[in-house]
Design a binder for this molecule. Structure first.
Ligand code: H57
Length: 418
């Protein structure tokens, strides 16, 4: 059973992931340094002079609030090791470089002010460190220094910025939990922030001792952390709460000039799929090097936000609901005595038939227009009648079916794949 103080997280369903740092200047994603084998000194010089002149955390927070996001996660330090806050454990940070300000502080304050929960992303991987790229056994002192610096930075983030709701680790690879002492750090984090939710990227299989596979590369631990983090895919984890992270462009997380943008309908599809299968969606945006959120994202996110204003009860606070053959037409979620049918495809039929439920329905409401629809329970099925021929919402129409008790699938229908 999930702690009371962590329950807000699965109820929130929809978070905004923000990948931002000096790499945005290149417009080729967050890993340009590594992928393009750039010269470290050149990259660092350009990072130190990076000055996002239009950065406005309040404007970001407004985009997030208008988009219907309930929480956000900002990359405080990605693999390149540039810190977006005033850290005393390295001088490669936004306070001592060109911005001369604590970007994390501005973000935390603005998002809290806008009513969102705040999360921080932090990369174990530190590409500037020789120790990171080496076998720790070759120079244990250097390794211990790197590990301590990591712990110190995380503690700093959890000490100086008030209540932090989510902590999102990434990039353990190629060093395993024992090297990073992730369990020690997690223990300390819970002392500092008893209510915090910590993701599960806390371990890795070391290439120095064994071959590594895809799961190990992401560093997902089955035993530590509060929630699972499928990346680039939506896969239900039935053992714990989970959050799928997806880009809003087709591939990269950091700002990518000219990248193709996923349509609003597809991003909404991810949100509905995650909700329908009992998980969250953490949808990413990579702000521009000048600090502004790309207009393409604002446009799409606002459309989803408009949809959520009308249909949000089918998403927020719902639980896994894929219990009938409706899965061929769309997504389903549950809340108390209601089942939500979220239509990906609107066939223009006047009538919907649901045969797999053992519970008779009492009422049906088309959320998109607010109108009640007629419900009949007969011939061992539920019939919803009087549906409009023309799709009643530019994104997915939703029908709420109300019952006298939580609806259950018939025995023969349980666990069946449609
Ligand atoms: O931040 C986004 C996403 C949320 N996770 C990152 C991506 O950039 C991908 C996972 N990062 C994997 C990783 C782990 C260590 C380093 C990268 C090859 C050899 C060393 C590295 C890459 Fe590095």
């Amino acid at each position: 059973m999930l702690d009371e103080n962590k329950r807000w997280f699965p109820e929130a369903r929809y978070g905004l992931f923000i990948h931002w740092g000096p790499y945005a200047q290149y417009g080729r994603g967050e890993q340009v340094l590594f992928r393009e084998h750039l010269d470290q000194a050149d990259y660092e010089a350009r990072a130190r002079s990076w000055n996002p002149e239009f950065f406005d955390a309040k404007a970001w927070a407004k985009v997030a609030a208008d988009g219907g996001f309930k929480y956000a996660v900002l990359t405080t330090r990605h693999h390149d090791s540039y810190a977006l806050w005033d850290t005393k454990y390295s001088n490669y940070n936004s306070m001592q470089c060109a911005p001369k300000c604590d970007l994390v502080r501005e973000y935390v304050e603005a998002f809290r002010e806008a009513g969102l929960r705040v999360g921080l992303y932090y990369s174990w991987a530190d590409w500037t460190s020789k120790a990171y790229w080496s076998n720790p056994d070759d120079d244990l002192d250097a390794w211990n220094k790197l590990r301590d610096m990591t712990h110190n930075q995380v503690e700093e983030l959890l000490t100086n910025y008030g209540k932090i709701d989510v902590f999102w680790f990434d990039g353990t690879w190629p060093h395993p939990a024992a090297r990073w002492d992730s369990s020690g750090l997690v223990k300390r984090m819970r002392e500092l922030q008893p209510d915090i939710l910590i993701n599960n990227r806390l371990d890795a299989e070391s290439p120095f001792t064994a071959a590594q596979g895809a799961v190990e590369f992401a560093g997902e631990s089955k035993t530590m952390g509060d929630f699972g983090t499928p990346e680039h895919h939506i896969t239900a984890d039935n053992d714990r709460i989970w959050e799928s992270c997806q880009t809003s462009t087709w591939r990269l997380w950091g700002y990518a000039r000219g990248e193709h943008w996923r349509p609003a309908g597809l991003m909404l599809d991810y949100l509905c799929q995650a909700s329908s299968q009992g998980g969250n969606l953490l949808l990413n945006v990579g702000p521009q090097p000048d600090g502004r959120i790309p207009a393409e994202f604002i446009d799409r996110s606002a459309k989803i936000g408009e949809w959520l204003k009308v249909h949000g009860e089918a998403i927020y606070g719902t639980t896994r609901g894929d219990i009938t053959e409706f899965t061929t037409k769309g997504w389903q979620t549950l809340r108390g005595n209601s089942l939500y049918l979220i239509y990906r495809f609107w066939h223009g039929e006047e009538c919907e038939r649901i045969a797999e439920l053992a519970t008779p329905a009492k009422a049906a409401t088309l959320l998109s227009t607010g109108q009640s629809l007629k419900v009949e329970n007969r011939d061992d099925a539920i019939y919803i009648k009087g549906m409009p021929r023309v799709k009643p919402s530019s994104l997915f129409p939703v029908i709420r079916l109300d019952f006298g008790e939580p609806p259950k699938a018939k025995e023969w229908a349980k666990g069946r794949l449609w």
